[in-house]
Structure formats: C-alpha cells, structure tokens
Design a protein around this ligand. Structure first.
Ligand code: PEP
Ligand code: MN
Length: 341
C-alpha cells in the first residue's frame, strides 16, 4: 500500500504513520518529495489495510500498489538520483560510463582510463570476471584485474564499474567496485542479486538476453528488498529474429521503464550491434530518448582486444564522440555528469 501524506503533514505525523505500519510487521519506506511525503508499506496487505490509516492525522489517502515490483515502482517515489563518488546518476544528469570490455594489462587499462577521464567520462568500466559463451575463451584476469582497476581509480579518480559473477568473489570485488555490474546472463540469479543487495553497494543490472521489462524490474526488486536503494537498470539489446547484428537494442524500453520505475535507466550501445560502426548512432539514440546514461566499450587498440574487439570504440576519437553525445543528451534536457568540483 502507498500512504500519501498531506502537504501540510508534520514530521511527527509522518513518524506516527511509520510506527503504525511497522507495528503490524510491515516495512515502511518513506520518500520525502518536494511537495508531499509518500510512505510505501510493504508487507501483508490485509494487515496494513486493517490499520485504518485513511483517517490518521496528516494522511491524504491510501492507495494500493498494484505492480508486482513494489519498491522499484514509480508509484513508490519520485525519480531516484544516485550519487556515486560525487557523480550523480539520474534526474537531469547524463552519465557516461566507458572503458574496455575486459581488463587485459596495466598499459591497456591505464591508457583507457586516462582517455575516459580526459574526455570527461563519469565512471570507468572494465571486467575482471567475464561471462563468456565458451569455457575455452579468456575468462578475465580475476583478482589481478581488480588490482589494475584499483590503480586506474587511484590515478584518474574515476569510480569503477565491474562485473560480479559469483558471490564467492564478492569480497575482493567490493574492495574495488563503486558499482557492481550484474551481467545479462546473471539477471535472474536471485541468490547473487540478494547478496549484492545486502552489500549495499550501488548495483547496475543488465537486462537478460530474453527478459521482459517486468522480469528486469523484479530483479531490481531483489536488490532493493535487501535495503540497497542504489540500483541502475541497463538496456543492452535482446534476442530477436534479426541476425544482421548481435542483439536488437530496445530503445522503447527507455521511456517505458521511466514510466514504470523511479530507478535510473541507462543503455549499453556496444553489445547490441556488436560492431563499432553502429555504436555512435545507438549512443545518440539512447541519449536523445532520455536515457540517464550509457555504458560503452572503449579500448586503446581494439584490433588487439582479447574480447569484444569489433564493437569497442577507439579511445582516440573519444572527444568528438562525447561532444556529439552531449548534444544528444541536451535534446532530452540532460547534462553530462562529471567529477565533483
Ligand atoms: C559486458 O558488459 O562486458 C557484458 C558482458 O555485458 P552483458 O552482460 O550485457 O552481455
Ligand atoms: Mn563486452
């Protein structure tokens, strides 16, 4: 249930409602907006209904939350703006997350991180643990990769986004990651989602290859339910009958998700096309459609990349790409999110 407080409600009245919700075993999730305070009551609906909160002092109305994802629902609160090491994600901020598909060497990571930093990137990405279709392919540098990411953060100050595939690697990943990435293949690994939820670390969830938006939102719900409010959703292309490119980027998902949820929604323009020539167009489309950011693969010499070489942008042309991206984001009323002054 959602309890909408009156604009004139006092803090004492808000607290009294919270206490009554919790007295029946439900959990209260207050969201203090500019105009009114909303209090989500998550728990047994019958119990909450029996509290008779309609008549309580300061309460405007009590409405049911009809969606199966309660905490992720846009009914729950106004659009969330997350803050990752001083960089804002969501609202009017457009985040540029860039970096190589995978961490390969110190030289590769440091060159890429410097280029992303110089081009005004918001966060740096790079996988130390890689989900590969073939068990014979390079699986990532693991802990050595994490150490190199830490070095990149140390030098450039860019917060790090890196993938966690296995809860057994949580501890070392947490030492380095400012944002934990849950990959498309793990979007429905509920034990892993709950674990990152409990860690409290901001989490970027990529849409599964064949997942519906409702399934993506339910994945977010697993993280939110553990008390971790810092979740970012990512559209990265889905499986369709089309074979001319790797995946079909579902741009419709951006405004649709923004209607359904308060969580920031970003786009990965790299994995859907699978080739570099199409990445700028999809990046601009995402920005103009109102995405809260993009996560794009860039590499100092993609021809030599161990993984996803054909789709990675050269770090060389990054300035011009970012300038165009800023224009596209401006169409949707957003500005590039940069380092705190
Ligand atoms: C990646 O970001 O490198 C990646 C493997 O992404 P996805 O899980 O979307 O395939
Ligand atoms: Mn990749």
């Amino acid at each position: 249930m959602m309890i909408v407080m009156k604009a004139t409600a006092t803090e004492d009245q808000v607290q009294a409602v919270i206490e009554r919700i919790e007295s029946c075993g439900a959990k209260a999730h207050p969201s203090r907006g500019e105009e009114v305070t909303l209090i989500g009551a998550i728990g047994d609906r019958e119990h909450v209904a029996r509290l008779g909160l309609e008549g309580a002092p300061g309460v405007e109305q009590v409405v049911p939350i009809l969606k199966s994802y309660k905490l992720a629902s846009s009914q729950m609160r106004e659009p969330s703006v997350l803050e990752i090491a001083g960089r804002k994600i969501g609202g009017e901020h457009f985040s540029l997350i860039a970096g190589p598909c995978t961490v390969e060497s110190r030289d590769q990571v440091m060159t890429a991180a410097r280029a992303v930093c110089d081009a005004g990137g918001s966060l740096f990405r790079g996988g130390a643990y890689k989900p590969r279709s073939s068990p014979y392919s390079f699986q990532g540098l693991g802990q050595e990769g994490l150490r190199l990411l830490a070095e990149a953060r140390e030098e450039t100050g860019l917060p790090i986004v890196t993938e966690l595939m296995d809860a057994r690697d949580l501890e070392p990943v947490l030492e380095v990651a400012d944002v934990i990435q849950i990959g498309a293949r793990n979007m429905q690994n509920y034990a892993l989602l709950s674990e990152v939820g409990r860690s409290g670390t901001p989490t970027l969830i990529k849409r599964g290859l064949s997942s519906t938006l409702e399934e993506l939102l339910m994945a977010a719900e697993y993280v939110l339910k553990e008390g971790n409010p810092n979740v970012i959703l990512c559209e990265r292309g889905i499986r369709t009958f089309e074979t001319a490119y790797r995946f079909t980027l579902d741009i419709t998902a951006v405004p649709m998700l923004q209607e359904l949820t308060h969580l920031p929604v970003i786009v990965d323009p790299s994995h859907a096309p699978g080739r570099r020539s199409l990445v700028p167009a999809l990046s601009m489309a995402a920005a103009a459609a109102g995405a809260d950011g993009i996560i794009v693969e860039v590499h100092p010499s993609p021809e030599e990349a161990i993984c996803d070489g054909p789709q990675q942008l050269h770090t060389d042309g990054l300035d011009e790409y970012v300038a165009r991206l800023e224009q596209a984001a401006a169409v949707a009323g957003k500005v590039l999110s940069s380092a705190p002054a």
